[in-house]
Design a protein around this ligand. Structure first.
Ligand code: GLN
Length: 464
């Protein structure tokens, strides 16, 4: 399959483009269109151009062997402002860290750079990755390139937009409860939420440590796989990471459709497109069966106890003494989560709330395991709605939390999932969620790739 990555690299190989000309092209687009979309917090143009020149020299000296040694040679990427980048400001979308310049880079960034990818900038996000819309940033809202009166989804809002708007080849985001899949689905790109423990969290600002995963955005699932294969695996700094080779791709899959993921309150046009995609996949020769995930209804409640509990502990370090500016710089949502988290952990309440949520987590985990003992993969919607209007939910935290109704259980269970474009309603994109078991990424990528080969949704891009 000709992917965006191979197209770009073929241009460099054939002399149609240089690494520098590609970086210049992206910088020009960013300058022209990002004023309104606001997907970047920091642009690292100068460093990117310098690096590109060095890479062009390397290519002229060594020839095509550079592509073997560096599989991402000449590709340009952005990273959510949660990823520490040595010498480059890293804010987590909060003014509390507005002048924080990290002394080292996260493992993910180092591995991508070593593989030949060039960082073009750091992307906008909901502060501390708390949010589903991209509106909760101290650096202004990010807009959806498909309709600038709508949200691009969050919290990795800028990362998704940077790929959808053609500002770079791929982007890194983080997914703790849906923050890669939701914006991917709202902007018509592929978004991976990897298995918990597949990729090191070293050097990434922690949100909820038992749920945080390092996801990516690309146009095609084979490109997403390439990124995943480079960044995954142990680095000696994150003890949750395992070097596991999960199930290998098959020619035909048994695929479960969880009944509880088609619930009341879902936009009928989203439901139609997701059901059409499932029908298409069944026509491709895979066996589709119904499965049960009975505790789905409790996932949001469990998530919004476990997540704030861990947030309250992780944000404790930004006390203005050890780290960060004044504590007052925390926004409302961070304060809400610190208070909620502290409350559910308080002695006297810990059994009623936190320990209950942990029990629900075990239940959800075992239901996923049971389902995956019968099927290879599962298919579901990513979001119950189309991209919503800017401001529509920003004063109603509860309705914002419900945007994650189909994504959080995957984080709770620790398994992997990919959002893949599956159509449009009212010119707004919709994503299909392909869910795999722990370390089942290769099967997920494989099915997504054959679905993309059979459809052309991902080839459509917004008019800016
Ligand atoms: N929207 C969810 C939240 O606000 C998920 C965030 C995330 O995945 N970082 O917690």
């Amino acid at each position: 399959m000709i992917t965006e990555f191979s197209k770009a690299q073929n241009q460099i190989k054939s002399g149609q483009a240089t690494v520098k000309s590609r970086v210049e092209y992206f910088l020009k687009r960013i300058e022209e269109f990002d004023g309104e979309l606001n997907s970047f917090i920091t642009i690292t143009g100068e460093e990117a151009l310098k690096k590109a020149e060095q890479m062009d020299t390397l290519f002229s000296e060594k020839g095509e062997e550079v592509f073997e040694k560096m599989p991402l040679f000449g590709l340009v990427f952005s990273a959510k402002d949660m990823y520490l980048t040595e010498g480059v400001k890293t804010t987590a979308g909060s003014k509390l860290l507005s002048d924080f310049v990290p002394p080292y880079s996260s493992t993910v960034i180092s591995r991508l750079t070593e593989a030949g990818a060039i960082l073009i900038g750091k992307t906008n996000q909901d502060a501390w990755a708390h949010g589903s819309s991209g509106e909760n940033s101290d650096f202004g809202v990010t807009k959806n390139p498909w309709d600038k009166s709508r949200v691009p989804g969050g919290s990795s809002s800028g990362a998704a937009v940077s790929v959808a708007a053609g500002f770079c080849d791929f982007a890194m985001g983080t997914d703790t409860g849906g923050s890669v899949r939701l914006p991917a689905s709202f902007t018509n790109v592929v978004g991976l939420k990897p298995t918990y423990g597949a990729i090191s969290r070293y050097g990434v600002i922690a949100m909820a440590s038992s749920l945080d995963t390092m996801g990516n955005f690309a146009i095609s699932s084979s490109d997403s796989k390439k990124i995943f294969d480079i960044v995954k695996g142990q680095d000696g700094f994150d003890q949750t990471v395992l070097d596991v080779n999960g199930a290998a791709p098959k020619t035909k899959y048994t695929i479960g459709v969880p009944k509880q993921y088609f619930s009341e309150g879902m936009d009928p046009s989203v439901e139609r497109l997701v059901l059409d995609a499932i029908e298409k996949i069944s026509q491709m020769g895979h066996k589709v069966v119904e499965v049960e995930l009975p505790s789905t209804d409790y996932a949001i409640s469990a998530y919004y106890v476990i997540c704030p509990a861990e947030v309250s502990s992780n944000l404790g370090r930004y006390d203005g003494v050890r780290m960060g500016l004044n504590r007052d710089a925390f926004g409302d949502e961070a304060k809400r989560r610190i208070m909620l988290g502290t409350y559910v952990l308080e002695s006297g309440y810990v059994d009623a709330y936190y320990n209950k949520a942990v029990a629900v987590r075990d239940l959800i985990k075992s239901e996923f395991e049971q389902a995956f003992s019968k099927v290879d993969l599962m298919l579901a919607p990513v979001s119950p709605t189309l991209p919503f209007k800017l401001g529509e939910k920003s004063n109603d935290p509860l309705s914002m939390y419900l945007a994650d109704v189909y994504t959080v259980a995957i984080n709770i269970a620790g398994v992997c999932a990919l959002s893949v474009p599956c159509g449009f309603s009212d010119d707004l994109p919709v994503g299909l969620q392909i869910i795999g078991p722990s370390f089942g990424e290769q099967m997920v990528f494989d099915l997504a790739q054959s679905y993309q080969e059979a459809t052309d949704w991902h080839t459509k891009s917004p008019k800016l």
